[in-house]
Design a protein. Structure first.
Length: 199
C-alpha cells in the first residue's frame, strides 16, 4: 500500500507559487485573496483555511525565498575546504540563486519596501539577517582558528560581508551590467579578503 500524499503540503506550495506569480505581475497591494483563490481553483474560504491572511502568504513566500542562502552558508560550515574557498563558493551560489530569480526582481524590491511599513515583514528580515550573519561569523571564526585570517573580529567581518553581499545585489538589481553578478560579487569578496587573509 503506497503512502498517502500530503495534500496540505501540495496545496500550500501551489498557493505560494500562484501568489508569487500574481504578486510579481500585479504587485502585492493589487493582488486580492479573491484573485488568488481563483488562480488556484479553490473558494476563498478554503484558501483562508490554508492561510489566514495575505500577510501570512507573504511571510511564507519570504521564508521560501530566503531559505536557500541560509542553508548554503550553514552547509559550508561542515565542508573541509579552506575558509577562503568556502566563502568563494558561497558567493558563487548566492549569485547563481539570484540570477535564477531575476524575473522576480520587482517582487523582491517590493518586499524590501514593504518592510518599512509592515512590522511582520521587518521582523522576518531582521531575524533572517541575524541568523545569516551569525553563520558567517562562525565561518570566519573557523578561518581565524585555522590561521587563515589575521587577528579580526569575526562578527564585525560577518557584518561587513553581509552588507557587501546585500549592497552589491541591490546595485545590480537597480542597474544590471553586462557582467554577471557572480563576477561582481567575487571581485568585492576579493577586496575584503585582501584585508584579512594572512600573507
Amino acid at each position: 500500500m503506497s503512502p498517502r500524499r500530503d495534500v496540505r503540503v501540495e496545496r500550500t506550495a501551489q498557493i505560494i507559487e500562484a501568489a508569487t506569480s500574481l504578486f510579481a505581475q500585479h504587485g502585492i497591494d493589487q493582488t486580492s485573496m479573491d484573485m488568488l483563490a481563483k488562480a488556484v481553483g479553490m473558494s476563498k474560504g478554503v484558501l483562508y483555511w490554508y492561510f489566514e491572511s495575505k500577510e501570512a502568504i507573504i511571510l511564507a513566500l519570504l521564508e521560501q525565498m530566503f531559505n536557500q542562502p541560509l542553508l548554503d552558508v550553514q552547509a559550508l560550515l561542515q565542508a573541509p575546504a579552506s575558509t577562503v574557498a568556502r566563502l568563494t563558493q558561497l558567493t558563487t551560489n548566492l549569485a547563481a540563486n539570484l540570477e535564477a530569480l531575476q524575473s522576480l526582481v520587482p517582487l523582491a524590491q517590493e518586499l524590501y519596501a514593504l518592510s518599512a511599513r509592515n512590522s511582520s515583514v521587518q521582523s522576518f528580515l531582521k531575524g533572517y539577517f541575524q541568523r545569516y550573519r551569525a553563520s558567517l561569523a562562525t565561518l570566519i571564526q573557523q578561518g581565524l582558528e585555522r590561521g587563515e585570517f589575521s587577528s579580526i573580529d569575526p562578527e564585525q567581518v560577518a557584518w561587513h560581508l553581509a552588507a557587501l553581499y546585500e549592497g552589491s545585489t541591490i546595485l545590480w538589481l537597480l542597474e544590471p551590467t553586462p557582467q554577471h553578478l557572480a563576477k561582481q560579487l567575487n571581485a568585492a569578496l576579493q577586496l575584503l579578503l585582501k584585508a584579512i587573509v594572512v600573507a
